[in-house]
Design a protein around this ligand. Sequence first.
Ligand code: TYM
Length: 345
Amino acid sequence: MVRNELRYYGVGVCATTNMTKRVLSGIRANGRLHLGNYLGAVKGMLALQEDPSYETFYMVADLHSINVPYNPENFQAAVRDVVLDYLSAGLDPEKSTIFIQSQVPQHVELSYLFSTVITVARMQHLPTFKEKVKSYPENVNMALLYYPVLMAADILAYKASLVPVGIDQEPHLEVAREVAQKMNDRYGLNLPEPQRFATSGEYVPSLTGEGKMAKSVEGSAILLTDSLETIRERLARVPTDSGKGESVPIEGGVASLLKFAELFLGDTRVHELKEQYTTSGIRYGDLKAEIAEAIFAELKPIQQRRTALEADIEKVDRIILEGAGKARKVASQTVVEVKKVMGLL
Ligand code: TYM
């Protein structure tokens, strides 16, 4: 059971008051989806999809995936994998527009128009840009600098006011709000300032006990496609201590385990465990087995749906094609509106 407490961040939740409120989110295609993506983003995407007051647009951010070294030969498969993960997690093409970013060229067009109101210095100072410069010093390309502007375009092309993403995306949302503000001030537009829609899994820690769960960090993640055996093995490697101490650790492997306990076993169990830590002690072998079972219970139905979908790839292709058509229709209206006020039409 995953705690599914959802809450809004920030103020001014919706700027599109006189129509259905729109939602947009996306995930890059740099690897299979993991528990961080699922709990931090997909859970929120699902919650909003089920709320009839929202019109939901969910994409694979393929253009955001090619600014770091990648393999073009298997990239189409990687993109389709994200769509399969989306559908098997419960995204429903009857309720949400599911599409691939590069199939809606209006995003790129809009990002160029938006780049005229954002300074290079602002982009260079973003923590996400600095991290990429550190990880790939040989590959500091223009696309990395453009990343948040393209993300602003992704969101504002649909005039989306809510964005279900993990907490790590907050600096990018700030840029999107800044772009909206500046475009509105300068050109009299009425773009919403998008807010993050947060879930209780907005920050899923790494299994290594250091930082967040990430696709790029070896040994840090549990994938949505992992078997019970694999989940057990991965959890077995989480570093622990003697199981007992004066106060409960707030960082490291034990803190990660307790976060997983909170997300999958519930608050009462975490309370019990914290108590045990300072009294009788925690037996990590048992706890890891308990968490592995609970995670797998959540993932099993997703994996079953995935197997069924893999056998019907034509259906998946149809969903992608229809999604691109619907998304283009909305995004092209925004592009026309923006070009008009900018004197380009
Ligand atoms: P990406 O592909 O890095 O991550 C996809 C989503 O998963 C969330 N996430 C996490 N949440 C909690 N704990 C974690 N350990 C964790 N790791 C990842 C991320 O917050 C994200 O929500 N820039 C975006 C993709 C994007 C996008 C957009 C998102 C492009 N355009 C427009 C929203 C709207 C990204 O890199 O996500």
